[in-house]
Design a protein around this ligand. Structure first.
Ligand code: FES
Length: 196
């Protein structure tokens, strides 16, 4: 396992102690740290190993021919660039996994609507307004046990069946279907009956 971790410099180096501890405890883990703009006091091979950003050039031919899996996490443009370069080097698309940096959704503004939401199996009904946020947040404030994981639209563990009505997703959700919603990103766009 090699973790290619990129940041600006030592001032933005998150989880440094934790990553160092993981490397100590996991002999199979190699950590390569990249600084794009090292500070004058940042030392190569002490604070970081490589200057610049992570690109597909960082991966050796052996990584490619040994069918390594690539797990990318970061801003969209970086992941897109690395993905395209990996594909051009022959890595199958299904060996590339991605998780985009995204913020949890905040309060909705500029929307002035309310809808009745019926959590069918929980036998609970309430009126949703924009200040209630996502269906996940809304259900939790009503005391309903809602499945969830990342809360930013990545893990899909919050998927719910939509028995009646329609939802909107606040971020584009690949794989969203009419009879399902991702509760951490979904808000009602009509009265709703949910399968929970
Ligand atoms: S909780 Fe992960 S996608 Fe909704």
């Amino acid at each position: 396992m090699t973790l290619h971790y990129a940041t600006q410099n030592s001032a933005t180096h998150a989880f440094k102690d934790r990553l160092d501890a993981l490397c100590e405890g996991i002999p199979q883990l190699q950590l390569l740290t990249y600084y794009e703009h090292p500070l004058p006091q940042d030392k190569v091979d002490v604070d970081f190993q490589r200057r610049g950003r992570v690109s597909a050039c960082a991966f050796s031919d052996k990584d490619i021919t040994s069918r390594a899996r690539f797990y990318l996490c970061g801003p969209g443009p970086m992941m897109q660039g690395v993905t395209e370069a990996l594909l051009s080097r022959g890595v199958p698309r299904f060996d590339i996994f991605k998780e985009e940096f995204r913020s949890p959704i905040g309060p909705l503004t500029g929307v002035n609507r309310s809808f009745n939401v019926h959590f069918a199996r929980s036998k609970c009904q309430a009126t949703w307004t924009p200040s209630d946020g996502s269906l996940l947040a809304f259900g939790e404030t009503l005391g309903i046990s809602m499945p969830s994981g990342c809360r930013v639209g990545q893990c899909e563990s919050c998927v719910l069946g939509v028995i009646e009505g329609h939802v909107s997703h606040l971020t584009p959700m690949l794989g969203a279907e009419d009879d399902k919603c991702f509760a951490c990103q979904a808000v009602p766009s009509s009265n709703l009956v949910l399968d929970i």
